[in-house]
Design a protein around this ligand. Structure first.
Ligand code: GLN
Ligand code: ZN
Length: 776
């Protein structure tokens, strides 16, 4: 018999019980025993759902109250010294690390590979010490056993754990901590073994990255030390191909390997022919990152050679943890039935694995009805008129080079735009959203629920826009925005108005901690039936003499934050979205809007892990942005905005977007970004964020002035904009107003200095000499 297992299951619960319990606990409405009780119930429910779906080895240890990397930090006792004084329970400590305390900011959070899940980044220094500091994993193993569940322990591997952390001081390499970490891991795996657990799934997803040789070299050391003390280890990789490490992996003293064949099907060839006789090979064949139903017949054909070669040593699983998909399609009672039959959520995906197992072990006859149903769904989706829109396809086929290029080069456009907009030196602006007050949220919710008429809703949004415009004028900003009050989410807002998108009712996926998102599903050709933002933006412009900036989400970000159809290349879907956004851009221009921002915060996030795939991605991503933005005349100014990541490795690509202005998050990583600009002469206008919007702290004028002076060392004054790091929707009004006033004042002071004869000379020297001194 082929063994089936799962790598990880969603933690939030069918009704988002985890979110509710966490938030109730944080609000002081329930106590710790009640929170623990809720978590216990959730874990029992997950085990039962997986067993019912037919999974042999159910993962234990993949649950976490906040994040599994943070749980590992607690397990190995690597609490950063800055939290040393914290007393209280383990759960209190856990939330202090994740959310910060009065004195200490939270540990940093970053995206888990190319998913939308965020993990808590471990902090390492030469002083880091490890010890087995938590019994939670062992308790959960006990808990599963007490319920009679056949389980497999899940543990992030020591190398991935170190790699995904960061050094807190320069001159130290976290890989140097491996010799101290390994004895602790040895103790953990030995203890799991002593509990009678059959297998440990040890996750080393970093193997799919372009790893430095020092890191790949460390795998043999690490696993030679762990394996003799451990129950059988299943070394688990996902999110990409690991065939470059095939020789190494086949030689490691582990009892099995897991490969993600959804992301990288071709890598099987590097493993199968000479796979060691004493190892299990687990193949991930059901997509843990997307919501589409499998083509079971095709998957079965893909698996057959492996089954013939391996027999019972073949295991089946999803490609990666199911953390990244919604839990149960059965909850979607209101979904269009035609579209619903194309989908599979976590529970359905596990059922698919079980069908595949039976098909392999017992023959196709026993699964003939399941196969027939799968065939029908595949055929229906393939031939459905709902996925194909001839007009969109014709338009895409007709795209030519001129559609991807603005009419004139940037210098000429800049002149035309300046004649039209008459902006001062160092223009001030914001990124788009203003505080989303409870009243705004309530108005949107009531409108959705049908409790507020369209007319009344419009009136309330207009009131909000008017208030926001007045406030911006009073602050003295140069380029205004309408504030985005009508948007719940920057992707959902557009998805709901575009053809080719569907929305679930309960398709929640954890983003971080208690925060969940409900990504739209792109199932068909995308087009824009009607203008999406023109009315709001025009209304806002009618209230002021100053330029009003139209605000759109870009094609790459819409793609990145949705579940994307898998029946055509992502590049093609991106271009379809680009055309839809292009229509909106052109309509805004026609309505007299002179500045249009196309946000691409997820542009960097979509970049593949390995350098051989990056070129391709950048080519189509750049093309999509350019198609979206190039339909306008020279006098219309296109802005873009990016945040959340390191940009230095893609500055050249960002320049190729040829946006007239880019506003970019900098204040948290200021030094780094400016180094990038020192090494590469970014050609167009740029606004490095001068204050961090993620905290309510109000920086003073002097602080922002210093940042701007620093920026002027690498960006000529004529091309420098002044703006915050990102949108302000999560902030309150008092701090927003205070910070923006300081920002406008800082710009004014610097402008005056630059325009005085002495200042002009001083700055032009600094800029033209190209000299760059490291700003601190
Ligand atoms: N325009 C959006 C806002 O201001 C941009 C958000 C983002 O970059 N994530 O909220
Ligand atoms: Zn942003």
């Amino acid at each position: 018999m082929v063994t089936t297992h799962n790598l990880g299951f969603p933690r939030i619960g069918r009704g988002r019980e985890l979110k509710r319990a966490l938030e109730a606990f944080w609000a002081g409405k329930i106590d710790e025993p009640a929170l623990r009780e809720a978590a216990l119930r959730l874990r029992a429910g997950r085990r039962q759902q997986q067993r019912q779906a037919g999974i042999d080895l159910v993962p234990v240890g993949d649950f976490a109250l906040y994040d599994h990397v943070l749980a590992t930090t607690l397990l190995v006792g690597a609490v950063p010294p800055r939290f040393a004084g914290i007393g209280g329970s383990e759960i209190e400590l856990e939330f202090a690390l994740a959310r910060g305390t009065g004195e200490q900011p939270a540990m940093e959070m970053t995206k888990w590979f190319d998913t939308n899940y965020h993990y808590i980044v471990p902090e390492f220094s030469a002083a880091t010490e490890f010890r087995v500091a938590s019994t939670r994993l062992f308790d959960e193993i006990d808990e599963a056993r007490a319920c009679g569940t056949r389980s497999k322990a899940v543990l992030p591997g020591p190398l991935s754990y170190l790699y995904l952390g960061k050094e807190t001081a320069p001159g130290f390499d976290r890989l140097d901590l491996l010799p101290q970490l390994l004895p602790v891991y040895r103790e953990i795996v030995a203890r799991i073994g002593a509990m009678g657990v059959e297998w440990i799934q040890i996750d080393e997803p970093i193997l799919a990255l372009d790893l430095p040789p020092r890191w790949t070299g460390a795998f043999a050391t690490a696993y030679n030390e762990l394996a003799p003390h451990a129950p059988p280890l299943l070394l688990t990789t996902y999110f990409g191909a690991v065939d470059k490490q095939a020789v190494l992996l086949k030689e490691l003293p582990v009892a099995g390997l897991h490969l993600d064949l959804v992301r990288a099907p071709q890598q099987l060839d590097a493993f199968l022919p000479d796979y060691p006789d004493d190892k299990v090979l687990s193949l991930g064949v059901v997509d843990g990152r997307n919501v589409w139903r499998s083509d079971l017949r095709r998957t079965l054909a893909q698996l057959r050679p492996a089954y013939e070669r391996l027999g019972e040593r073949l295991w089946l699983a999803p490609g990666c943890s199911l953390l990244h998909v919604p839990i149960d399609l059965a909850l979607e009672t209101e979904l269009d039935p035609e579209l619903k039959q194309w989908l599979a959520f976590a529970v359905q995906k596990l059922e698919e694995i079980d069908v595949l197992r039976r098909g392999l072990s017992e023959g196709e006859l026993v699964i003939r009805s399941e196969l027939a149903a799968s065939d029908r769904a595949v055929e229906a989706r393939h031939t459905s008129s709902r996925t194909h829109d001839e007009a969109v396809r014709r338009r895409l086929a007709r795209l030519n080079a001129a559609d991807e290029r603005r009419a004139s080069p940037f210098i000429d456009r800049k002149k035309r735009q300046q004649e039209r907009l008459r902006l001062p030196l160092l223009p001030t602006t914001t990124i788009g959203s203003f505080p989303q007050t409870p009243e705004i949220r309530a108005a949107r919710a009531r409108f959705r629920a049908g409790a507020l008429s369209a007319e009344d809703y419009r009136t309330s949004m207009h009131d909000e826009i008017r208030a926001v415009v007045e406030r911006q004028e009073a602050i003295g900003l140069d380029v205004l925005v309408h504030g985005e009050a009508e948007r719940n989410d920057m992707v959902e807002y557009f998805g709901e108005q575009l053809a080719g998108f569907m929305f679930t009712r309960d398709g929640w996926v954890q983003s971080y901690g208690s925060r969940c998102v409900k990504p739209p599903i792109i199932f068909g050709d995308v087009s824009r039936p009607a203008p999406m933002t023109v009315a709001w933006t025009s209304y806002a412009q009618s209230l002021t003499e100053r330029p009003m900036k139209g605000m759109l989400t870009g094609p790459v970000t819409i793609l990145q934050w949705s579940f994307v159809r898998d029946d055509q290349p992502r590049a093609e879907t991106a271009l379809q979205i680009a055309l839809a956004i292009r229509d909106e851009v052109c309509d805004l221009e026609r309505a007299g809007i002179g500045i249009i921002q196309i946000d691409e915060p997820a542009f960097r996030e979509g970049l593949p892990f390995t350098s051989d795939q990056r070129h391709d991605y950048l080519e189509w991503a750049i093309r999509a942005f350019r198609v979206a933005s190039s339909g306008v005349g020279d006098a219309t100014q296109i802005h873009t905005h990016m945040c959340y990541s390191e940009f230095n490795d893609i500055l050249r690509a960002i320049a190729q977007l040829d946006a007239d202005v880019i506003t970019i998050e900098t204040s948290r990583s200021r030094m780094e970004l400016l180094k990038g600009f020192a090494g590469f002469d970014y050609p167009n206008d740029i606004g490095p964020g001068v204050y961090d919007i993620h905290s309510p702290r109000v920086p003073d004028e002097a602080e922002m002035l210093r940042l701007l002076e620093t920026a002027l060392r690498v960006i000529p004054a004529q091309r420098l904009w002044v703006n915050p790091d990102c949108g302000l929707k999560t902030r309150g009004w008092p701090e927003t107003q205070a910070a923006l006033r300081h920002m406008v004042d800082a710009a004014r002071v610097l402008r005056e200095r630059l325009q005085s004869p002495a200042g002009a000379e001083r700055l032009s020297c600094a800029v033209e000499s190209g000299e760059y001194t490291d700003p601190v």
